[in-house]
Structures are given as C-alpha cells and as structure tokens.
Design a protein around this ligand. Structure first.
Ligand SMILES: O=c1[nH]cnc2c1ncn2[C@@H]1O[C@H](CO)[C@@H](O)[C@H]1O
Length: 341
C-alpha cells in the first residue's frame, strides 16, 4: 500500500470551490506582473509573492486578491490564466472542476464581456483537449461591489450565456454584505436554470447560512463553516443533503478559524452534513487540492478508504449528469481497489 500523500496524488477528484484568479500560480502571477511592470504592487518574484500572500485578516485578503485581479488586463491574460489553472488541476488528477469566475471585476477593468467569455470558453475547450479535464463556470457576484455588481453579473450571465456556465454565486466579504439583498438576482438566475451556490458562514455566523438557504435558494454553500455553531442548521443541512464546500487552509489563512486543529470540519461531518474538500485560492493560501485532502484526512482520521469516500462525496455534490457522476465514481473505486493490491 502506497503512503497516503501518494495515494491522494493519484486519486481521481473533482473540485467544486476554486476561484479563477485565486488559482493564478506564482509563475502566472509573476508573468502577468512582469507584463505590467511597475504598474502593480504585486511582486514579480515568486519568493516575494509568498510574503505578499500573508494576510492580516479577511479584508486584507480581499485587498490582495483584487490587486491580482488588476493584473488581468486583456483577453490574452484571461486565456493564459484559465488554461494554466486547468493544467494545474489536471496535474492533481482533477477530472471535473466548477471554477468560480467574477466577470464583473474584469469587465469593470475594461475587458468587454463578450471577449472575456470567449477567452474562458476557448481555454476551457482547449483544456479539455490538452488535459482531459472538464471545466464549468460559476459566475459570482463580488459582494463588496454590491447590487450594481449583482445586476451586471446577471446580465453577463444571461446575455453571454457561455456553454460552460452552470451556476451563480456570491463571494467577497460577508460582514456588511447581507445575503437577502441579492434575492432578486438569484431568483432570476435560478429561473434561467443556473444553480445557486453562494458563499455564506465563512466570516459570519449561521444566520448568513440560513439566509443563503431561505433567500437565495442555495443548493450548496461556499464554506458554511459557522453552521457548526447551530445544531438545528446542521440537522437541516444533513436531512436535506445540502453540501458545504469546505476549504480548510483557506479558513486558517484568512483568519476565519484560528488553526486547522480548531477547524469545525469534524463536527460538520459528525453531524452527517455532506461536504466536498476544496482549495479555494490555492497559491494564495500556499496549498493545493491534494494538500487539502491530506489536511481533511488528518482532521477526520481517514485512511485510503475514507479519502476515496471524500472524493466520491464531492462527485455526488457536483452539478454533473448522473452518468458522468457514475463514471468518475467508478474510476475512484477502481483506483482504490488497484492501490490496495
Ligand atoms: O474565500 C473567499 N471568500 C470570499 N470571496 C472570495 C474567496 N476567495 C476568492 N474570493 C473572491 O473575492 C472576490 C472579491 O471580488 C469575490 O468575488 C470572490 O470571487
């Protein structure tokens, strides 16, 4: 039997909560920073970049995140970023990923919506051909930009409607950005067939998770970790099989939780709530999806069978056709069986 990190590295996976810009590797960020030398606070040197990605608190994280968004100036930058993110996901044996993209932030910086959508779509199709990975898009509202961003994000989603678009989200800070105000836009997105996957309960309490469920029709919750403070909410999520998209290291690096050992993941799993394990913004948090599976295995005291079950749970939570879910789950089972020999 191979050791657990090696087992995880080869395990077929899906990733459901990972941000487009947040996945820009130090190499890509350095390349983009070099293209815009002198006009960005983002260091081009990967060493200095690691220090730059040390966050005082969540607000500081968003500030740094937006400084990386500023590096993406044209459709070529968008294509490069998207194709490289797909390469890194495929390297970790990710077969399918729902990538959270924030069109508002890019259109707001001068990239026309049609050009932006054409770039991500072309990169998505090329990634499927080059790496065998299926990408789909979640268009999310940057919460800090409020209702104008909600309106523009919905407009872009419905007017451009890229083939890969499957869901509608809400990211950015939660403090001072109540979820209920976004209900009209989520209602329209859901009426147009987009799945609802807002962030909630990351930096605020269980009430924002309740709001995301009751007001925004959330089918999955981004993070949702404060649900661990509300037994009734845990029961509600478990009974209705509403998955939480958990990114353990993200929560520590943005100071949403004090340490990995204090992370509520064990309590959430213990309550029977479905979870998927994710990396969120891997280079910014100094992690990878494989590292997050290793963290989850440590916190949940899992061996290969348990880790394979985590991967299957993420497949079950994915907005994938049942036949596709069955195919990837069967690949996970075959891999587990083969590793046991
Ligand atoms: O962990 C996270 N929580 C909330 N927002 C995040 C996170 N990672 C990346 N973003 C991104 O920050 C943008 C701000 O414009 C949000 O739209 C969201 O996509």
């Amino acid at each position: 039997m191979t050791d657990l990190p090696t087992f995880i590295a080869g395990l077929p996976k899906v990733e459901l909560h990972v941000h487009h810009v947040g996945s820009a590797s130090p190499r890509i960020v350095a390349e983009l920073a070099a293209r815009h030398e002198g006009r960005t606070p983002v260091p081009a040197d990967p060493e200095a970049l690691a220090d730059y990605f040390a966050f005082r608190d969540f607000a500081h994280f968003i500030e740094v995140y937006l400084s990386v968004v500023d590096l993406i100036r044209d459709a070529d930058d968008v294509w490069l970023l998207t194709h490289e993110v797909a390469r890194e996901l495929a390297r970790q044996q990710v077969r399918y990923a729902e990538l959270t993209v924030t069109p508002y932030s890019h259109v707001n910086r001068g990239i026309p919506a049609p050009a932006f959508c054409e770039a991500i779509e072309d990169a998505r199709k090329r990634a499927e051909a080059d790496f065998g990975i299926a990408l789909r898009w979640c268009f999310d509202i940057p919460g800090e930009a409020g209702l104008p961003a909600a309106e523009q994000t919905l407009r872009i989603a419905l007017d451009e409607r890229p083939d890969g678009l499957i869901s509608f989200g809400l990211g950015g800070p939660e403090i001072g950005v109540p979820r209920p105000q976004f209900k009209p836009w989520f209602d329209q997105a859901r009426a147009a067939g987009l799945r609802s996957v807002p962030h909630a309960g990351e930096t605020t309490g269980p009430e924002t998770v309740w709001d995301a469920l009751r007001e925004l029709g959330a089918e999955r919750i981004g993070h949702g970790i404060s649900a661990a403070q509300d037994p009734a909410l845990l029961t509600y999520l478990a009974e209705r099989r509403i998955p939480l998209e958990i990114s353990p290291t993200s929560n520590v690096r943005t100071r949403a939780v004090p340490s990995l050992d204090a992370h509520p993941l064990p309590r959430i799993v213990e309550a029977g709530v479905p979870v998927s394990i994710n990396s969120d913004d891997p280079p910014m948090f100094g992690t990878t999806l494989n590292d997050e599976y290793a963290v989850a295995a440590r916190l949940l005291r899992l061996g290969p069978d348990g880790v394979a079950a985590l991967a299957r749970d993420a497949v079950a939570a994915a907005f994938l056709a049942p036949a596709e879910q069955a195919r990837i789950s069967a690949e996970i089972d075959a891999y587990r069986a083969n590793a046991a020999r």
